[in-house]
Design a protein around this ligand. Sequence first.
Ligand code: 5GP
Length: 237
Amino acid sequence: MKKGKLIYEGKAKKVYATDNPDLLIQEFKDDATAFDATKRGTIGDKGVCNNKISNQLFELLETKGIATHFVKLLSEREMLIKRLEIIPVEVTVRNIVAGGMAKLLGLAEGRILKIPVLEYHYKNDTLHDPLINDYHILALELAEEEELKAIAQYSFQVNQILLNFFDQCNLKLVDFKLEFGRHKGKILLGDEISPDTCRLWDKTTDKKLDKDRFRRDLGEVEAAYQEVLRRVCQKKA
Ligand code: 5GP
């Protein structure tokens, strides 16, 4: 697969064209940002870890019937993906109170939620990805009703699959963010699934093994990403 021109550069990834207009190459960088890019840094080999972790998780989800943009792993930092028309909505699923939900509702982190909470955020850095609901999405024509139904259904299914998988890695899946897009009339799961986009706590000690170590200056950031990769690969083997 020939790597073509750079068509998009985000905070953590670069996307390149290929000789097939339906396929793109997603390259994972070590750059890390937080709080709408007001905090910046690099995390050594984060790109390698996130590419490999996402690869394992997309493969797992595909085997369970979730359609994703993942095609195949190309190299340590690159994966081949299907081209998506991205829906500008970030979908968050929460199992335990943390981060944005703790702040929004004045709750302590760590409370186990009675049922998973699904949230939509409008993907817009200038506005700080504001919380929106189904009505905003339909009224602003960000997605069709059928698409939104599929997105919600997929998100809860992904949660069940990942909860089970991470549990076997001795990790609590606290919350995570998903992005979806359209490809040939179908809704596919896109982006990445990694310690950048999930909160993962050690099941025994509650130690944070995700991007919160960078966001909150907790130290041992690289080690946390490596540890998640180790557990994910070990579980798969
Ligand atoms: P919160 O809303 O609590 O900040 O984030 C909830 C979950 O979604 C966390 O696992 C967090 O890592 C992920 N998340 C939400 N928004 C973003 C984002 O813009 N970028 C990344 N990498 N993750 C996000």
